[in-house]
Design a protein around this ligand. Sequence first.
Ligand SMILES: [Ca+2]
Length: 409
Amino acid sequence: MPSKREATAIDREDIRAWHHRGMSPRLLIAVAAVALGMAAAGCNGSEDESERAAPPPRTEPKTQTESAPAKRSPGPARTRGAPSVSTVATGLEAPWEIAFLPDGRALVTERPGRVRLLSRDLKLREEPVAEVDVSAIGESGLLGLAVDPRFKRNRFVYLYRTAQTGNEVLRYRLEGDRLEEDARILDGLEAAPIHDGGRIHFGPDELLYVSTGEAGNPSFAQDPGSLNGKMLRLRDFRGEGGRPEIVSRGHRNVQRFDWQPGTGRLFATEFGPDANDEINIIRRGQNYGWPDAQGDQGAPRFVPALVDYEDVIAPSGATFISQPGSTWTGGFLLAALRGEQLRLVSLDGDRVTGDQALFEGRFGRLRTVVEGPDGAIYALTNNTDGRGSPKEGDDRILRIVPPRGRGRR
Ligand SMILES: [Ca+2]
């Protein structure tokens, strides 16, 4: 793929040299391992020293709100002034996804193959609730996690992992405080050290959506016969799974997606190459352009991005703020890896009315962000993923209390 700029090939969310299709998978992995080692060693020279003088505040999470389940609902956690941040847990290794259970506990994946449990009072259990066999090379490993909408009845939890044979989605069952493997419901996804997609999430239709990357092979994204470079939707996830429906194609590496409250529109973040990180509104049957068009280009044949970031920020996990009472309410909040920030994208329907960077440089790389049942925002740092500069305590789970006020619903 010709690039718009000369890239520092390694100091990027991908290593585009790996797009060479002639390389054998084994060689590809070897090259990837060497390159990532170089990345870890070579790209950390310009970290902001001032961070050391001003570590993130470590207020006890209990002081803000309701860590014990309240009999009366206290309403979503909100601050009177600026948003507040506290560290909930430290010492995680490349955490990738956090998802809450109906009882207020949360599960957290770590890319090397562990699922951790966060208790209702926000204590991280030392012992993993599952250890999952993965092939964790480069960006691959244990990635997404989703909780079944009928979890109270069936105890099902879904994981996206890279196995030796490719990327796949597994169904687990939470038995006591152990996750037990139950079935493999999707396989046949190509895996690579780059562009493994990996987010899984239930839609308002209660179907399981899966984002896949093009695994370093851009032609997969346009190939209707390939499940790579797609948004997928799976119906039989409580049964045997099977071949999913392709929702949209022409994707390079979709990282997270969520549905806009009120409209049901599906928004997704996607990594671009040397520029053109994207936010897209995903519509069924549409083509989002990769590799033939990027960013806001490509109409009318392809759907242009709603937001096209010229500077690389690497937007990964994202969520709509659905709970009321905050100036953030109704906004699309995303976590950026390279950009080391959260971004709050304000919307009026499908029109962007604001796009604000938050906490830039303060916590390092941020992998994802979710809205907790208490109305606070939970974010995962990603400084131990081989491309960051881990500081003491990394990686962390952060709890962010949004500011009180009126947002757009
Ligand atoms: Ca695109």
